[in-house]
Design a protein around this ligand. Structure first.
Ligand SMILES: Nc1ncnc2c1ncn2[C@@H]1O[C@H](COP(=O)(O)OP(=O)(O)OP(=O)(O)O)[C@@H](O)[C@H]1O
Length: 205
């Protein structure tokens, strides 16, 4: 049975008198995807940061299920994560796995790299990768840790068509396994594939 994870009610943000996020409301349950769309500057990233606890709303409330109250339940892919200069892609993924309690011998890093078809870069350093490859590594880092809710900002950025389909498939898997997804995107295929609810933001100010 699905449970409500997040309830967003009338959340908005105003900075220096300018409304950068118009009031928005939606609810999200386990196994569901909410997809945010809207023109550049309509507040998608702002809303995702508020949901992730990285920014504050000016008005409105967000109720979250107890399982999300300690942040451990929430994985975010909001731009590049910080990278260690001297750790390879595989070492980053192992580091994240072990930090979340996996055995150091886990084969999860290899599995996620294969799922995204980037096994060949496992021994490269993230800061030396192409921008699309680095986007795939930041997605891999988001997918590899346990989470009940994934928050993603334009996961399609800089990805080729084949990789977009692989990412969509991993997100669908996440939902099939009871996880929830909130994502901003400009890609209609992601909306089609993943949205149980579609929230279209607009510019008012
Ligand atoms: N800290 C801030 N201070 C002032 N203005 C901000 C701040 N953060 C964001 N903005 C402004 O808020 C508006 C919404 O930004 P946001 O990044 O949320 O849009 P977006 O919908 O994600 O856009 P895009 O599709 O281009 O990624 C923009 O006009 C931006 O300049």
């Amino acid at each position: 049975m699905s449970e409500t994870l997040v309830e967003v009610s009338g959340v908005s943000k105003t900075v220096y008198g300018r409304e950068i996020l118009a009031p928005v409301s939606f609810a999200l349950s386990t196994g569901e995807g909410v997809v945010l769309t809207g023109p550049n500057g309509s507040g998608k990233t702002t809303l995702l940061k508020i949901l992730a606890g990285r920014d504050l709303a000016t008005e409105g409330t967000i109720e979250v299920h107890d399982s999300l109250k300690h942040r451990a339940g929430i994985a975010t892919v909001l731009g590049d994560p910080p990278y260690f200069e001297d750790l390879t892609v595989l070492e980053h993924l192992r580091f994240v796995c072990v930090s979340w309690g996996e055995s150091p011998d886990t084969s999860e890093p290899e599995r996620i790299l294969a799922a995204l078809k980037i096994s060949r870069i496992q021994d490269s350093f993230p800061l030396e990768l192409s921008s699309g490859e680095r986007q795939l590594v930041s997605l891999a880092i988001g997918f590899i840790r346990p989470s009940e809710l994934m928050i993603l900002d334009e996961p399609e950025q800089r990805l080729d068509i084949e990789r977009r389909a692989l990412v969509a498939e991993l997100l669908l898997d996440k939902k099939r396994n009871g996880g929830a997804v909130v994502m901003a995107t400009h890609d209609p295929q992601f909306v089609e594939a993943l949205a149980d609810s579609h929230v279209a933001l607009g510019i008012t100010g």
